[in-house]
Structures are given as structure tokens and as C-alpha cells.
Design a protein around this ligand. Sequence first.
Ligand code: NAP
Ligand code: MN
Length: 268
Amino acid sequence: MEKVKIAIIHNKTPLSLKVMSELSQKLIASGHEINQTEPELVISVGGDGTLLSAFHLFNHKLDQVRFLGVHTGHLGFYTDWRDYELDELVASLNTKQEASVRYPLLDVRITYRNGKEPKHFLSLNESTIKRNDSTMVADIYIKDEFFERFRGDGLSIATPTGSTAYNKSIGGAVLHPRINAIQLTEIASLNNRVFRTLGSPMVIGSHEWIEVRLQESDECVITIDQFRLQQDEIDSIYYKIADENIQFASYRHTHFWRRVRDAFIGES
Ligand code: NAP
Ligand code: MN
């Protein structure tokens, strides 16, 4: 058996704290090392939000780190293991024939008008852009070609695994996570005889990118998963499928559409 360096990231619920301490004891007992700074495996104990936090803690070393989610609340989309399956989880690491799976991430690059350094982010769920006060006006280019002028509350660009999160609440489609794509969804677009947008979500492939070119240099709020940035003097925001991806360890195949049904319609 190979020793694995493992970080455990958890939320603060009593059950998560209990699972975290039981799990670290079991991992140490079977010869693994708890290493919160240089892990090879990151185990999140909590919900999908906990896994998002774990991802952002280690998103600078995605080529070295695999993730695994233990859920202590309702069944999540990023969490495969249940809190009462810790022994099976540890055994699956020890038998070494672990299955892993990779999912696409969203690459976000922000450029500014005042010559400020561009900023770069990776997102696991989605990135949104909204104006602070009045209507947001932005020109949308796809692969450098003008597509439409958007007026409305804002835009969301989601990964396939993020498609069941905010994207779904604003009418985006649920995408199977094996599809290598990103989805642009409008947030309350203005549509009338004067202003026109496509009005439906768009799914963009790996050879394409989206540019959102802001009309005015007013303050915007940009979200990257659970993070919010207040930004002004933005010139453009570029979105594409990232070169990096997220790798899940000891992945257990749950029929994706069954998970969607259980989460949104009810367990049958
Ligand atoms: P949060 O406000 O606690 O999360 C909102 C809910 O979204 C939670 O129930 C969370 O599950 C769930 N969620 C997160 N990622 C998901 C995914 N990929 N598929 C399905 N459900 C998902 O904040 P958070 O936990 O830090 O998560 C941040 C995310 O919340 C954002 O990326 C955004 O997608 C989502 N969000 C949604 C809305 C909305 O739908 N109106 C508004 C704001 C934010 P857990 O309880 O398991 O954590
Ligand atoms: Mn949450």
C-alpha cells in the first residue's frame, strides 16, 4: 500500500467535525499522512460549498491534487461518499485501483481600461457579472466575432458541474458533466422592439471563447463561485474552458440523471 498525503477540509457542523476526526484517525491508522499544505488528495467533508472552498484552496496545484467529497448533509453534486461509509472510503484508497474522473473548469480573464494588470481566475461552478446599480450593458463576442448587445441584470457562465447550481436557478440547462463545454446564461435580459438578445442559454465548445465587453466603466460585481469582487474600469472579460481540470479520486459512479432527479424532484 502506498502512503498518501491527505488534507481534510470541512465545514463547522457538529456532524462534519465528528466525521473529520473519525476519518483522520482511520487514515492515520492505515498508514496515510495528514498534510494540510502539500496534499496529494484533498477530502472535503460537508456540502458542495465545502468542496468549492477546498477547490479554491488548492487550485494552484490542480495537476498534483485529487479531490474527494464526503457529504454530511443532503446528497451533493460534488460529494460521492456518505458519512457512514468511512471504512469503505479508506479501503478504496488502500486497494489503489481507484477510479478517477476529470471535469472541465471555467477560465476567467479580466482586462482593465487603465492599464492595470489583467486578473485570472478558475471557477468550478460559475462566474457571474452584474452591474452594481443600473442596467448592465455589454457587447458579447464569440470567438472574436460580435454576437449581440446585452442589456439586463447580468450574465452567468457555468461549467457542466456548475450547471445544477446558480445556472439552473436562472433557467440554464443541466449539462452532463462529461460534456466539455461552458454555458452562457442571461440574467433578466431586456427584450422589446428596441433591444434584442438571443434570450436562451448558449452552450459553447472547447474551440471557442466568449468575450464580454462592457459598455461603460462603471462598477461591476464579478463572482467566481462563492467569491465576490467589486471591480471598476473593466474593459473585457474572457471566458473559456480552462486548460486545467479538476480530478476526483475514488469516484463512484452515480447515475447523473438519477442524482439530478433525487436533488430536484425527490427521491423515488
Ligand atoms: P450557498 O449559498 O451555501 O449555496 C447555495 C446552494 O447551492 C447550496 O445548497 C449548495 O449546496 C448548492 N450548490 C453549490 N454547488 C452546486 C452544484 N454544483 N450543483 C448543485 N448545487 C450546488 O453557497 P456555497 O455553498 O458557497 O456555494 C456557492 C454556489 O452557490 C455558487 O457557485 C452558486 O452556484 C450557488 N448559488 C446559487 C444561487 C441560486 O441558485 N439562486 C444563489 C447564490 C449562489 P450545499 O448546501 O451542499 O453547499
Ligand atoms: Mn453551502
